[in-house]
Design a protein around this ligand. Sequence first.
Ligand code: ZN
Ligand code: ZN
Length: 347
Amino acid sequence: MTQKLPADKLRFPFPQPPAAGEPIEIAQGILWLRIPLPFRLNHINIYLLEDGDGWAVLDTGIANKVTRDIWEALAAGPLAGRRLTRLIVTHFHPDHIGLAGWLAERFGLPLLTTQTTYLQCLNISLSPGALDMQVYRDFYIRRGLKSEMTAVVFTQGHAYLKMVAPLPPVFERIAAGDRLKIGGRDFEILIGEGHAPEQAMLYCAEDKLFFAADQVMEKISPNVSVWAVDPHGDPLGLYLRSLKNLKPGLPEDALVLAGHHRPFIGLHERLDELAAHHAHRCDAIHEAAREPKSAAELLPAIFHHPLDPHEMSFAFSEVLAHMNYMLRQGTLAWAEPRDGIELVIAR
Ligand SMILES: [Zn+2]
Ligand SMILES: [Zn+2]
């Protein structure tokens, strides 16, 4: 998640985010909580949804002491007297699922999530060695990444494991179109693709509350990445389709409650901006690829500021996403390779 985007046409009914670990009520029976993250994107939003005699939890924060201390303090303080009832996790990224295993055990909560979220997280945890396979390394090198950078891309998987507690051995699957009753509200489960596979979002039509996870946020466009395990995958195509599918089902005046940044109103406006942002990036890549270029050589066309190794890894994977999308659309084509590096050219 790198790119800042304009958000002038959005409205922010709660412009002041809550202090770390101190929930504020933003609708009847809906608490907004922030937990710090040790990255440039320095926080995650957690929501607590009134659920009978307690609170259902939406997402967790990463598995570290700061996050555990916040949950312990909440249970002893602001939420005292009301139990946590269940844990809903939107997607497999460590800021969202990291503490799920610990929370489930500590508070006796069932974990509700999508099948792909559960399996994706479990897969990385069960076979960490697979991350280092030569076939993955070769993929990045063929796409033009310098070998010292491939090492950085690889450490992402290991970093993931440090931020995620072991999952509970059982979960409750939620899937597209499911209805979930939480307290007095009915929610429909919507599924977003492109940022993470089978990312769950929740929509309450009666109160026009849309828990968008990382699919639609103010300011930033969620990272859309190709990974070596699915080298020809088209996450950007999936993401754009997903944005398009959200529009007719959800009203413009829904309150969008995302995984990061502030709640806002102006969903359709924001969906259009996000689609335009990616169209603009495709144009820039098209322009840069008038001469044959590798993915690595296309990177400066859409990322103009210096990148630290962590950002570089996501930026490169995001270039790959645009490249694969454009290859499928026919606006790029493969060119003759140069010294084993695969090149594309504008069509
Ligand atoms: Zn995410
Ligand atoms: Zn996130």
